[in-house]
Design a protein around this ligand. Structure first.
Ligand code: RNT
Ligand code: ZN
Length: 418
């Protein structure tokens, strides 16, 4: 038996003595589908035209060579990323990542025809597609207001874009056999102190109710709404705040989207899951990493990510949560950003799946001393050996070898793009 197999066998025995079945953990992990966010590959620019400015309070820093400039290039990059991320996943698009434009047709009138080659690509790979309306990066986002704008004509444009994306999502769902998540995030807000916070929020509710007026079969499409603390340029008030969307989602039966970068830096998103699932049945998670603010850093195995994964796993929420990645780093190779970030979250999920239940049992006996000791003991368990075994079984390179494929692709494809 090879040294690696010997190590895995011993690790499996150690876990088994603690009541953990590593085979079960790996097969559960293989079933967890992540939404790989296409917008890491094009710096959230979309493909409507060569001139684009990202507005709405998001920031993409860096100009690492090789950004995808059209849907074909983006799909080629995603092909490699999906090959290097173990398991089977889906892809999330933004509402401006069209594969073609039609003369005189703007975002308010997009249809599935603007995404036809995306559907064909997803069909060929047997994966699902999601779409998020792009309420930003367009001259109709005026004074950082879209659905909450006081001008009815501007609201009408964005309501039509929201409706268009729901219909496109429905087509994705019908043709790909898995419901499309259509995630509504609006940048609407104010840089400095507004005089009236109430009117924009009432307009936002009216506009959203118009977007969601048509009932669409949840077998094909799921509506999610994403709250946010602030963005650059909207520091003083975000119309779609946490409280706003928590109540909107609950009152309208929509799915809440928690983005892990959208709260106060010391606020635990992990703690919110069990609170929400007391009264809701579904959640969409944008797994991200905020450094000082919603900086959209690539996810890494840190305490926040481990806590988020743990709450998802140990409470039995895995079949209630849609997991999507959401970060954009243009200072590093963008394929590597997808692969490193996705594998980091999978590692965090594996740590949770391998957690012995001794600490929970101690807590049930109100023995908080043993609980603490056992929580700390679990941190020394050899989950990395199980991770390496799972990567090998999944046919993907190890963490130390994964950059070889990416470097080759960079040399042969990405470098030629500039
Ligand atoms: C913005 C939100 C939103 C965006 C994408 C590009 O802070 O996180 O999800 O990241 O729509
Ligand atoms: Zn997000």
């Amino acid at each position: 038996m090879s040294h690696k197999k010997e190590l895995f066998k011993n690790a499996a025995e150690l876990y088994s003595e603690l009541g953990v079945d590593v085979e079960q953990a790996m097969s559960t992990l293989a079933e967890i589908e992540l939404g790989i966010h296409a917008w890491q590959g094009d710096d959230v620019r979309g493909f409507e035209s060569d001139s684009f400015t990202l507005t709405g309070g998001c920031q993409v820093t860096g100009n690492y060579p090789g950004r995808a400039r059209n849907a074909d290039e983006l799909r080629a990059d995603l092909d490699l990323a999906l090959k290097l991320i173990p398991g089977r996943h889906r892809v999330g698009l933004q509402g401006h990542q069209v594969d073609r434009m039609f003369p005189g047709v703007d975002r308010d009138a997009f249809t599935a025809d603007n995404f036809r080659s995306w559907i064909d690509w997803a069909k060929s790979k047997k994966i699902g597609l999601d779409i998020a309306p792009a309420f930003y990066g367009h001259d109709r986002l005026d004074h950082n207001l879209s659905l909450a704008h006081p001008d009815p004509a501007i609201r009408e444009f964005w309501i039509s874009h929201g409706i268009a994306c729901r219909k496109i999502g429905e087509t994705f769902g019908r043709e790909l056999g898995t419901p499309a998540i259509v995630n509504f995030w609006m940048p609407d807000g104010f840089k400095d102190t507004p005089s009236d916070r109430f009117a924009p929020r009432k307009r936002m509710i009216e506009s959203l109710d118009r977007c969601f007026a048509e009932k669409i079969d949840p077998a094909f499409e799921r509506d999610t709404v994403e709250q946010k603390l602030f963005g650059i340029g909207v520091e003083s008030c975000t119309v779609g705040s946490h409280e706003f969307f928590l109540l909107y989602a609950a009152s309208r039966g929509k799915i809440l989207c928690f983005d892990t970068g959208h709260f106060h830096p010391t606020e635990s998103i992990a703690d919110k899951l069990s609170a929400v699932f007391c009264l809701m049945n579904e959640l969409f998670l944008h797994v991200s990493r905020g450094v000082r603010w919603d900086s959209d850093h690539v996810t890494v195995v840190n305490d926040d990510l481990l806590a988020l994964a743990r709450e998802s796993v140990v409470n039995g929420f895995l079949d209630k949560i849609h997991f999507g990645l959401d970060y954009f780093d243009a200072t590093i190779n963008r394929v590597a950003a997808w692969v490193i970030g996705a594998r980091a979250f999978q590692k965090a999920l594996l740590v949770a799946l391998l957690e012995p239940d001794a600490a929970r049992k101690a807590e049930q006996k109100l023995d908080y001393t043993s609980r603490l000791a056992l929580q700390e003991a679990a941190k020394t368990l050899p989950w990395g050996i199980v991770w390496n075994e799972w990567c090998e079984r999944s046919g993907v390179p190890s963490d130390y070898a994964v950059m070889n494929d990416i470097r080759n692709y960079e040399k042969n494809v990405l470098d030629a793009r500039n």
